[in-house]
Design a binder for this molecule. Structure first.
Ligand code: FES
Ligand code: FES
Length: 173
């Protein structure tokens, strides 16, 4: 007997997990989807909405690759459950910039902060959050703000320089 087929064909087994309806905004666009209440926001973004700019690396809230803004707060999308986003507003890397680059993207390009595809989306979202709170961060402020965003390869020199250039533009030292 093929046990897998038995389970798959059992309508009770396939309907064990209840689905919920979610309505929320991503990058100012309204979405209504059906999903499991325990689905993670990162999977909803990447797999259901095809917004793959937000990356997944550790999957357990340690690296910051999946950083997004949830009602303006910096969160790790790998730790946010579907039921927590109903009625909320989310900003992902796809919502930053447009036809031209946003100032943070521009600074990352000119100062060498754009290092790899894995960490950059999360770094840019975290920098947007930092600058919204503090437009003139010092090097210490920048290091503290990016403590949750890990780079495992190139280092933080170019990223810190990028944020320092924005801080200086805003009147910081
Ligand atoms: S993938 Fe979410 S914090 Fe690492
Ligand atoms: S992880 Fe992206 S540059 Fe290090």
């Amino acid at each position: 007997m093929d046990l897998n087929n038995e389970v798959l064909e059992n309508p009770i087994a396939t309907n064990i997990e209840p689905m919920i309806k979610l309505t929320f905004t991503v990058n100012e666009e309204q979405y209504e989807i059906q999903t499991s209440p325990t689905e993670k926001l990162i999977h909803i973004l990447r797999e259901q909405l095809n917004l793959a700019g937000t990356k997944i690396s550790c999957g357990i809230g340690r690296c910051g690759a999946c950083s997004v803004l949830l009602d303006g707060e910096l969160v790790n999308a790998c730790l946010v459950m579907a039921y927590q986003v109903n009625g909320k507003s989310i900003t992902t890397i796809e919502g930053i910039g447009g036809v031209t680059f946003d100032e943070v993207q521009e600074a990352f390009l000119t100062e060498g902060g754009f290092q790899c595809g894995y960490c950059t989306s999360g770094m840019i979202i975290a920098v947007k959050y930092l600058l919204a709170l503090n437009p003139t961060p010092t090097e210490t402020d920048i290091k503290e703000a990016l403590a949750g965003n890990l780079c495992r390869c190139t280092g933080y020199g170019g990223i810190i320089r990028s944020v320092q250039s924005l801080s200086a533009k805003n009147g910081g030292i």
